[in-house]
Design a binder for this molecule. Structure first.
Ligand code: ADP
Ligand code: MG
Length: 741
């Protein structure tokens, strides 16, 4: 008898076990039983003559019928080799005709003579009016000459396993449907099915990992029944209940893992940082050139309380581009600095890290000038650390960080390196979270003194669909800034179909001239850098216009006479800085660029954005790009240019972006458009992430219910072994939410 934890080799044999391990990393009974069918084949029953076969190419199908035609022919001769033959058999009298072809068929031919009742199972191919199965698995059910058990290995082994007293039990094959497993050419679906049957035949009853109360309350099938039925159910209703049960296991396991994570961090001591009265926070609030919005104040109150408490904060701050997250983060950091700790702000790009450092130093003024003439008494320092700084600059920054002189440390991935040591790290802020994984924020948090976990604030301008917030980010509390600071101007967005309405494109360039004439600036964005850039090209060879080419073209043509700047990710970083500085200073009228400008860049004087070949970008990315304009006092215009037609699918997406400025609405649309693998990140296979039956797109209700259940249950039974077992699928996984790039 076997249990879930047992290794497979003793049950299915060394050879099969090795194949399962090598192909799928399946080692234990549990691994195998959780290798759920990817779908179920219909069409097992004998179909009536004349019945239309609406099966599609590539679909897996199984027939049981009698052979009506048998043709053995010579294969193309190979010099020096024995003549091989191939066999074509026709099944029944069905129309359209079903045939099966077998190669090197000398051995098989006598088994499949006219009048043999046979089961054939394979993938559908259509050729003219004929359905062809190419080298399908077969099993002889009744042979005119009474041969014994004949058939291909996979099916024979299933039949043999069910063999009783000499005759085999054909009832194992009399089913409405069969499971079709994720398989490979070396390890086919039938092989896996045979192993699953062997395992289930000896499996002891499986204990239920979920508390009995929830199983009863939700009317779920038991774990034991579900693990069997998902593979062997005889009817669709039973099968669907099994899937429902196992899907709930996933939802609950994922939420439990998040509870564990949350509580393990909360259980540690956080650097308690009560709000002081005459420190940097007060200093900055006096200096700010604007009033905080109501939303900013509310969010800050919540954050401020959490920072003062004994536990580390774990919070995500989401808000539209331009909603003023940065000043919220800065005030939060200052509260922590006032209490004697350091803060680290992790930014996804150098441009953004530099911009943060510059704008924070600027807004802090004397408050950031500790040790300098004119520095305030309570002043601290803002240190910047990025990969492209010189060795000497880096050393100087690291010294300020290690000595504690820098209260605020801003940087890119460079901050994660071991050589970077903090004196008293008390808070980590991660900007534009979707670029970073959980492991990176943990890496930075680990730089705090032994025994304390720094507060964490994650900022994202990409509104996150609710299901993603509950799963990928389920270990964080969320705050949202919905209101934009006063004085903001609306952004109008239009789609330009350049091939169908070339005049509109001319008009777009004219608009840029007009805006520049009245002192404004513009962006022209495209998806590709140059001929060598892999981004902005697809397999079919379709390419987005390159920024280098477009820059040359506009400079000599439609935008001649304006001051153009070129910006992309492959420029040396001092050049990038120079271009950004010139644009910010108004010395460049039009920045022709790639998405390096996507995140967080703040030039309020820019009022027009032309996104060239906009169809290359995803919904959220376009929304994000658009947030670069409309940041000042002037109304702004975003033009999405595409050479695709108005009826295309991409056009629908562009029109959706044009139709609303609501980032949450667009985020949900975006999620619908993408494969979930993209949302969940690097590990594209469901296996690696642990989600097999649960979909973030379709199962929002289940996710929410499982979350509610786990929140309650965790209070009462935090050590529940069954829940821990479900959660174990998800611990240690890399969960990353990435932009479509
Ligand atoms: P986000 O990071 O959320 O995209 P920022 O924090 O960069 O937005 O804010 C965008 C701009 O709005 C900045 O120039 C910032 O100084 C300004 N700003 C922030 N809060 C306010 C406010 N309450 N009133 C006016 N302007 C504000
Ligand atoms: Mg920002």
């Amino acid at each position: 008898m076997a249990t879930l934890g047992d290794r497979l080799d003793f049950i299915v044999g060394k050879k099969a076990a090795k194949a399962l391990d090598e192909t799928f990393g399946i080692l234990t009974v549990d691994d195998l039983l959780r290798h759920y069918p990817r779908k179920y084949s219909e069409g097992m029953s004998v179909r009536d003559e004349g019945e239309a076969l609406d099966l599609e190419e590539g679909e897996h199908v199984t027939f049981v019928d009698t052979i009506t035609k048998h043709v053995l022919r010579d294969m193309k001769p190979q010099p020096g080799k024995r003549q091989r033959k191939y066999l074509v058999v026709t099944l029944g009298k069905r129309r359209p005709e079903v045939t099966a072809t077998f190669f090197n068929a000398e051995w098989i031919a006598p088994n499949l003579i006219v009048g043999t009742k046979v089961m054939l199972s394979g993938e559908v191919k259509w050729f003219r009016q004929t359905m062809q199965l190419s080298h399908p698995a077969y099993l002889v059910l009744d042979h005119p000459e009474g041969l014994g058990l004949k058939g291909s290995k996979e099916l024979r082994s299933i039949a043999e396993a069910a063999e009783a007293d000499g005759g085999f039990d054909i009832s194992v094959f009399e089913r409405d449907f069969f499971p079709i497993y994720p398989a490979s050419s070396k390890l086919q679906s039938w092989d896996i099915y045979a192993c699953v049957r062997q395992v289930l035949a000896v499996l002891d009853p499986v204990p239920d990992p979920l508390p009995e109360s929830i199983v009863r309350q939700r009317g779920l099938m038991s774990e034991d029944a579900a693990l069997r039925a998902v593979h062997l159910a005889e009817n669709a209703q039973e099968r669907d209940r099994a899937i429902e049960r196992l899907r709930y296991d996933e939802a609950a396991g994922l939420q439990w893992a998040l509870m564990q994570r949350r509580h393990s961090e909360l259980a540690e001591a956080g650097p308690s940082a009560p709000l002081g009265h005459d420190g940097l926070v007060t200093g900055l609030r006096h200096r700010l050139p604007f009033e905080l919005t109501g939303g900013q104040r509310e969010v800050l109150d919540v954050i401020s309380d959490e920072l003062a408490g004994p536990r580390p904060m774990n919070r995500m701050l989401q808000g539209e581009v331009g909603s003023g997250k940065t000043v919220v983060a800065l005030l939060a950091m200052l509260q922590v600095v006032d209490a004697g700790h350091q803060c680290a702000l992790l930014a996804p790009t150098e441009v953004l890290a530099e911009q943060h450092a510059r704008s924070m130093r600027e807004v802090l003024g004397p408050l950031a000038m500790a040790g300098e003439i004119g520095g305030a008494d309570e002043a601290t320092r803002v240190a910047l650390l990025t990969g492209s700084m010189t060795a000497a600059q880096k050393r100087a920054a690291r010294d300020e960080i290690a000595s504690g002189a820098a209260g605020i440390v801003i940087g890119t991935h460079a901050l994660l390196q071991d050589v970077v040591e903090f004196r008293r790290l008390g808070m980590v802020v991660v900007d534009e979270q979707h670029r970073f994984g959980v492991e990176q924020r943990d890496q930075l948090r680990a730089k705090a003194p032994e025994g304390t976990t720094p507060h964490l604030l994650v900022m994202t301008a990409t509104p996150i669909p609710r299901t993603v917030a509950l799963t990928v980010y389920g270990d964080l509390e969320t705050s949202t800034l919905r209101e934009l600071p006063r004085g903001r101007q609306p952004i109008t967005t239009n789609v330009i179909f350049a091939n169908e309405k070339p005049k509109w494109l001319d008009r777009a360039w004219a608009r840029i001239h007009e805006e520049v004439a009245s002192g404004r600036q513009a962006y022209v964005v495209t998806a590709r850098i140059d001929e060598d850039d892999k981004a902005g090209q697809d397999q079919s060879g379709r390419k987005a216009t390159s920024v280098v080419e477009l820059f040359g073209r506009l400079k000599a043509g439609q935008l001649a006479g304006l001051r153009l700047g070129l910006m992309h990710g492959r420029l040396p970083s001092d050049e990038k800085d120079a271009v950004m500085a010139a644009f910010r200073a108004g010395e460049i009228d039009v920045l022709v660029c790639t998405t390096v400008i996507e995140v967080g860049v703040d030039v309020p004087n820019a009022t027009v954005m032309v996104v060239y070949d906009a169809d290359w970008f995803g919904i959220s990315q376009l929304h994000q790009l658009r947030g670069r304009i409309g940041r000042g006092q002037h109304p702004s215009l975003c033009l999405l240019v595409t050479s695709l037609s108005e009826g295309s699918k991409a056009a629908t997406r562009l029109k959706a972006v044009a139709s609303t400025l609501d980032g949450f609405e667009l985020a949900d649309l975006d999620l619908l458009e993408r494969r979930e693998g993209d949302v969940l990140g690097r590990n594209q296979s469901g296996r690696a992430f642990g989600l097999r039956l649960l979909s973030l797109i379709e199962h929002r209700d289940i996710i929410e219910e499982a979350r509610a259940f786990c929140m309650n249950a965790y209070e009462m039974i935090p050590d529940d072994p069954g829940m821990a077992q479900l959660a174990a699928w998800f611990t240690g996984e890399r969960i990353v939410y990435m932009e479509k790039s």
